[in-house]
Design a protein around this ligand. Structure first.
Ligand code: BGC
Length: 448
């Protein structure tokens, strides 16, 4: 049997996000977020599901950390709900909200689990959306103020910070297509949001450096592997446009201090307004890059839509598709990391999300034998190990997700967890992949 041994200091963890697991949407002074508003709007979420209760993690947090410890996790990636800290987005601080994350970080510390906190996993305060949301430039300063409050309280114990999770989803799916909160469909607002997310990131990193806090700071980007559908010039240009739009719109300003010029030309009127000095603010040195990877797609030129391109998800021969149509193409994760390594100047990469949703049926004890997910995860870990041997500075892996949880506009039917959550009883039962992953956390070895 082939074995793949990871470096001794490699961190094995799991990820969640506040709105997807916490519940307690209006408790202890929490304000309304755009996701609360969106989920409470009829017709927005499949089956009318909401994150009101979710995994009830807000009330079950100590037991949940205990479960992480039993599984042998070395790191936990979670996000902080801005509306728990500042119910109106700005102004009055809600101590009870800060206390919750304070307790979480302490519990993690006691369990010897590294705390990896994301400041913005999509749940902007509704009060800020009512003042113009991310397209309003003031939001970048409000974000930096919020970040400072959180750094001041948790900065002595959180080891890894990310400013945003997948800014493209907020800008393009939330503001461009309107399929996610806040549900606006406006291309100009989308690209302006994108720029403001970059700017807010830069301002928060400046605040972090000025405060001299202990941990490391980075950003989490979703970067899929994209391949031109053919050798034709049109398809190749479409593929570059797709990469510029979904990846270099963030990578280039953050790591190189400029936007991809070809994309900006293409966008024309919908390109964002950028003020003097913005790029300097965005271009801050970072300590790590978080990489979310789910699939690989072929890109072809088409004749409609702003970007004139189409992406078709593909799988490797032994791959297969998951329930939501994402394919298993493990080599893609390594290809992206090799490409991106060239521009990030050698800083560490962490996989901050990777996983899949499959049809699953618990047995009479609630146990799920999720062999397809196991195949997906194992094949990706093997590729990551290969990448390390080829020189990728990969330092850790956070699986998506620790729990089955609220899968945004798709509600609760897709399950991504390595731990099953029975939403009626809130019972947590590790799946086959949970047990398998636990062995990897303990041994550092993946068997082929
Ligand atoms: C997000 C997660 C989400 C996962 C699966 C990522 O885009 O960061 O919140 O649940 O993908 O769709």
């Amino acid at each position: 049997m082939l074995t793949h041994e990871f470096p001794q200091d490699f961190v094995w963890g799991a990820s969640t996000a506040a709105y997807q697991v916490e519940g307690a949407w209006n408790e202890d002074g929490k304000g309304e977020s755009v996701w609360d508003r969106f989920a409470h709007t009829p017709g927005r979420i499949q089956n009318g599901d909401t994150g009101d209760v979710a995994c009830d993690h807000y009330h079950r947090m100590p037991q949940d950390v205990q479960l992480m410890k039993e599984l042998g996790l070395q790191g936990y990636r979670f996000s902080i709900a801005w509306t728990r800290i500042l119910p109106q987005g700005t102004g009055q601080v809600n101590q009870k909200g800060l206390d919750f994350y304070d307790r979480l970080v302490d519990e993690l510390g006691k369990a010897g689990i590294l705390a990896n906190a994301t400041l913005n996993h999509w749940d902007l305060p509704q009060a800020i959306e009512d003042r113009g949301g991310w397209p309003n430039r003031d939001t970048t300063d409000w974000f930096a103020d919020y970040a400072k409050i959180v750094f001041d309280r948790l900065g002595d114990r959180v080891q890894m910070w990310a400013t945003h999770n997948e800014p493209i989803v907020i800008s393009q799916i939330g503001y461009g297509l309107g399929q996610f909160a806040p549900g606006r469909a406006d291309a100009s607002a989308a690209y302006q949001t994108g720029h403001h997310l970059n700017l807010a990131h830069g301002k928060a990193v400046q605040v972090f450096r000025q405060g001299g806090y202990k941990g490391k700071i980075g950003i989490v980007l979703d970067m899929h592997h994209l391949i031109p559908a053919s050798d034709s010039e049109l398809d190749q240009a479409a593929c570059q446009r797709a990469l510029d739009n979904s990846q270099y719109y963030w990578l280039s300003p953050i790591f190189e201090g400029h936007y991809p010029q070809a994309l900006m030309n293409w966008l024309g009127k919908t390109a964002p307004k950028i003020e003097a000095g913005d790029l300097k603010t965005i271009h801050q040195p970072l300590d790590f890059l978080g990489h979310n990877y789910y699939y690989t797609a072929k890109v072809s030129h088409v004749y409609d839509g702003l970007l004139r391109l189409r992406q078709d998800i593909i799988t490797s021969p032994a791959g297969g598709f998951s329930l939501n149509g994402w394919g298993n193409y493990p080599e893609g994760i390594r290809m992206v990391q090799k490409r991106v390594s060239k521009i990030i100047g050698g800083i560490p990469i962490y996989v901050t999300e990777n996983g899949g949703t499959y049809y699953e049926e618990p047995d009479e004890n609630g146990y799920v034998r999720d062999r397809e997910r196991l195949h997906y995860l194992r094949s990706h870990l093997i590729e990551l190990h290969r990448g390390i041997q080829e020189g990728v500075n990969l330092k850790g892996y956070f699986i998506w997700s620790l729990f089955d949880n609220f899968e945004w506009a798709s509600g609760y039917s897709p399950r991504f967890g390595i731990v099953r959550v029975d939403y009626k009883t809130q019972k947590r039962i590790p799946k086959l992949t949970g047990r398998w992953y636990s062995q990897i956390c303990r041994t550092n070895i993946v068997h082929e």
